[in-house]
Design a protein around this ligand. Structure first.
Ligand code: KIV
Ligand code: ZN
Length: 518
């Protein structure tokens, strides 16, 4: 069994930024590059310098930041593009030209020989400028196989340092990319990278197959962002290499504990949310609802989790709903210090299932109030109480809110602006909580109208998350959207603080140990 370290070439800042709707300022690019460097990627594709002044500004800022990773810039096979990369201070380029007949005929209007010549010239020019040159044959997987070999052999003779195989439209099968990876190694004797797109959901499988066939590097992006359906995602590729059984073992330099944090950071800066069922970083990736699964996980998490969430910087969570079972529900209640007897357990579970059968999601806050109703003692102290709030909005003024909270007897207030009155009020609440305890942030907000008409009841569901990765959802129903939203948020914050209090048996509010009896 061979143990191989696979090089991670991250292209979040280049191919990832080519996702429709994503555009990163130079400052954001620099911050993302720092985060990627901390994560441990081996190379960062910083951008495509020739495209704009802002792009060059971002690339230069990254080059000047003293990061550990190798820094690369994209360039077409012409001097202008390569010079733009050099002018940004880069000493490593990723130069590409399409080689498939469909691209040659309909996009480049060139013959195969002309494209081959351009490829050789670009590699030679890059080398003459003292650069490390990685060459990509764009649309390699739809390129005539013999021509592709000819191109790879020729750029290797011209002095290329690395060859990349782009599956530009995600057209390859794992088997085919494996075959052309072997071809590339045979004709070039150079280190090979694979660059896989996800149009058929095969990007990670194809990248793994490339590595199994001898590629030593994969081009990936955080959260799999990229053109159309995106690129092979770093987190899925790395965790599959680290965790699954292959004939050889694979390692990377990625600090996997930083994966989730990095994913959230990129999602926020790129303005692209992560689908809940996304592997490794999706919200549901380590969440369990059904009774059978929660029971298994409580006995041994590996029954229904292929890896422990902590490995990628996450925590497991349980939720109750129509599939709930006794074990999962009681485990959740125990986190709040509630231990119902058998009869009480049955009654609470019946209530949970009745709500679930109506197609409703049962939030943790609702579970706790059901338990309170059944057990009949008010065991749950509210740490945070809403002491008052007001909002102002209108045409020509920025919506503004004032919120006062009573936290274990002490009053705190804050004001903030927002895109609307709800946003302003929730921002003010978060301002208070971030001043007094660990950061608690609003992760998700959902508004439903329960009945029709202008006086309809509204239902607000919020998900709040603290710095430890605890996530609580809370729901509130009322006539006024702002009041109902504020109530849902305050309920959520209460529960998340209580959960931490019960776990750690203490909670500090502004350095003062909270005086609380449970
Ligand atoms: O997918 C692709 O073909 C690319 C090229 C620029 C290499 O991103
Ligand atoms: Zn690409």
């Amino acid at each position: 069994m061979k143990n191989t370290n696979i090089r991670i070439f991250d292209t979040t800042l280049r191919d990832g930024e080519q996702s429709p709707g994503v555009s990163l300022s130079p400052e954001k690019k620099l911050n993302i590059a720092r985060k990627l460097d901390e994560l441990g990627v081996d190379a960062i594709e910083t951008g495509f310098p020739v495209i704009s002044e802002g792009e060059r500004e971002g690339v230069k800022a990254i080059v000047g930041d003293g990061l550990k990773a190798e820094l690369c810039g994209l360039a077409r096979t012409n001097k202008k593009d390569i010079d733009a990369a050099v002018d940004c201070g880069l000493n490593y380029i990723h130069t590409f030209i399409a080689t498939s007949d469909i691209h040659l005929e309909h996009k480049l209007k060139m013959s195969r020989d002309e494209a081959l010549e351009k490829a050789i010239e670009a590699v030679e020019y890059g080398k003459s400028r003292g650069l490390q040159v990685e060459f990509s044959a764009e649309d390699a997987t739809r390129t005539d196989r013999e021509f592709l070999k000819k191109v790879f052999g020729a750029v290797a003779s011209a002095g290329a340092d690395r060859i990349d195989i782009p599956d530009t439209v995600g057209y390859s099968t794992p088997q085919y990319i494996g075959e052309i990876t072997k071809d590339a190694i045979e004709v070039s004797k150079l280190p090979i990278s694979v660059h896989c797109h996800n149009d058929f959901g095969l990007a990670v499988a194809n990248a793994i197959s490339g590595v199994q066939a001898g590629a030593s590097c994969a081009h990936v992006t955080i959260n799999g962002i990229g053109e159309r359906a995106g690129n092979a995602s770093l987190e899925e590729f790395v965790m599959a290499l680290h965790s699954l059984q292959f004939e050889n073992t694979w390692e990377t330099n990625i600090n996997t504990k930083l994966i989730y944090e990095t994913s959230r950071y990129i999602s926020k800066l790129a303005g692209m949310s992560v689908q809940p069922n996304k592997a490794i970083v999706g919200e549901n990736a380590f969440g369990h609802e059904s009774g059978i699964h929660t029971h298994g996980v409580l006995n041994n998490p590996l029954t229904y989790e292929p890896i422990s969430p902590e490995i990628v910087g996450r925590t497991r969570w349980l939720q109750v709903g129509k599939h709930a079972g006794i074990h999962g529900m009681n485990a959740m209640l125990k986190e709040y210090g509630i231990e119902p007897n058998d009869e009480q357990t049955k009654q609470i579970l019946d209530k949970v299932k009745a709500l679930g059968d109506q197609g409703k999601q049962v939030t943790e806050v609702e579970l706790l109030s059901m338990a309170n109703e059944v057990i009949g003692e008010n065991k749950l102290k509210r740490i945070v109480q809403l002491a008052g709030f007001s909002v102002s909005t209108g045409v020509g003024t920025m919506p503004y809110a004032f919120v006062k909270l009573n936290v274990d007897g002490q009053e705190f207030s804050a004001t903030d602006y927002g895109v609307g009155p709800v946003d302003a009020a929730l921002n003010a609440i978060q301002k208070i909580t971030s001043q007094i305890t660990d950061e608690v942030r609003l992760k998700e907000y959902k508004l439903d109208s329960i009945s029709g008409g202008a006086n309809a009841l509204c239902e607000v569901t919020v998900k709040v998350e603290d710095a430890r990765g605890n996530i609580i959802s809370s729901k509130s129903v009322g006539e006024d959207i702002v009041t109902t939203s504020v109530q849902a948020m305050v309920d959520g914050i209460n529960r998340i603080m209580l959960k931490n209090l019960l776990k750690e048996k203490k909670i500090y509010i502004k350095d003062k140990l909270l005086n609380i009896i449970i």
